[in-house]
Design a protein. Sequence first.
Length: 260
Amino acid sequence: MGDRWVRVRDGARSGTLRASDPEVGSVCERWEDFLDYLALGLSQDLGRDVRVWRGRKGDSADRLAALASELTDSGTLSGSLRIPDAVAPLLISADLRARQVTTNVTLDAPRAGRPLARINWLLRQLGDASPNLRTEVGFVGGRETSAVLLVEALENPRQLLSALDPKHEPRTLSVALVRPMGLKRGKGQGSFVGDTRKQVVGLLSRCRTSVEGMATEGAETSGGASRNAAAASTGTATVLGDRTRLRGGSRTERSIAERV
């Protein structure tokens, strides 16, 4: 992540960073390169065209300005990867203050049915995903969330209902893998680059399960949930893809890796 990474990492933790600091801009550029590095590596691993998903964030200057603001305001760097046949982008967030990295994917809930039925539908989409993943439900019309480990949610889905009002409609279900941030330099074990890449592959492997359709006959869905179910009916959609064949880096990947 460059020779200014340690200074920015420690400055984020102490709250002394400013968006105008030259090292902030440098690290933000390296972060953009790092996302490209991850996308190219996964493209080769999966044999699919994985791309960095930047939404509508404008040109490079606008994206770097937004990253600098995020880094100095919240101490985080974030980005998304779009994987073919996945129901949603894979999100990556490096929290330099807490020194932890979170990788997650978010599914939209059905728009019909009782809250518990919707949560059960969401949990079914995870199939045989790792039970140690964190599951978090967001609700319509508020910032409240409920979160438990997947193994706990599967045993008792009611734990994911709203604590304020069990009738509150669930809006999303996020599945996350949280790990301590690598602090060493370079790209090997214990480094930020190496450990974060390993974590991205780890979430991918834990969620490589086919999306299943809504079990309740005649249930109406809309938005993301209907797209998920429609894709499932053709047997093409997966939560985060379906293969993790790890191989050596390509020439393009190595070229980008030299800038990370």
